[in-house]
Design a protein around this ligand. Structure first.
Ligand code: DGI
Ligand code: FE
Ligand code: FE
Ligand code: FE
Length: 187
């Protein structure tokens, strides 16, 4: 599938704002993939489809968790966590993408995991730092991303954990796994 086709498909599933974000993630992912040696074409496709499920009704997402063999602890979480694993299922079923590396990058783009591939790190980080994102601390992560992929991902997941705790939100275990996995690499 080429970029034009992929963008056309995803556009109908997203708001204008989320589509612009997706273009930003795509461009940033390509740059990071070139810099850190991930498959650039896979990064492009994973980025284009990473938020494919973002606007599915929550009930539909929960149904997919129940019916598609996803971890049932996801049912304790909201759309912010669900849209990533559910997105990987739907991109496979509805778009026909079967590449496991791409599907895993979509699956883990929100939380990460304990032993991320370079492609997973690229999508996770690009989602966080793409140029349309504006929140406290993002510029420091952008700078780190030019030096060290693992350090930048660690900064991102630490910021997310701080943010979630301040908001009294539950933290999905994979988010902690990401933090611990990156600490092990960096120490
Ligand atoms: O879909 P995007 O907004 O582009 O970005 P994303 O998929 O990284 O989702 C970010 C949101 O997900 C942000 O509000 C923080 C939230 N999030 C990330 N990890 C966790 C989480 N929310 C909960 N409750 N638990 C987590 O572990
Ligand atoms: Fe997302
Ligand atoms: Fe993210
Ligand atoms: Fe996103």
């Amino acid at each position: 599938m080429d970029r034009t086709q992929a963008l056309e498909i995803v556009k109908s599933h997203l708001t204008e704002h989320r589509y612009i974000h997706t273009i930003g993630v795509m461009e940033t992912s390509i740059t990071l993939a070139q810099k850190y040696g991930a498959d650039v074409k896979k990064a492009e496709i994973a980025a284009i489809f990473h938020d494919y499920a973002k606007f599915r009704p929550k009930d539909e997402m929960r149904q997919i968790v129940k019916n598609e063999g996803l971890p049932q602890d996801l049912l304790l979480y909201g759309s912010e966590v669900l849209h990533a694993p559910v997105g990987s299922v739907l991109v496979k079923k509805e778009v026909g993408i079967h590449d496991v590396e791409i599907l895993n990058a979509i699956y883990h783009h929100t939380t990460g995991n304990s032993n991320m591939t370079t492609l997973e790190k690229v999508i996770f980080l690009a989602d966080y730092i793409e140029p349309n994102r504006q929140f406290p601390g993002v510029d420091e992560v952008r700078e780190a991303a030019q030096q060290d992929l693992n350090k930048a991902c660690l900064m991102a997941v630490k910021n997310t954990i701080h943010f979630l705790i301040k908001q009294n939100q539950k933290i999905y275990p994979l988010t902690f796994d990401t933090y611990h996995g990156l600490l092990e690499i960096i120490k």
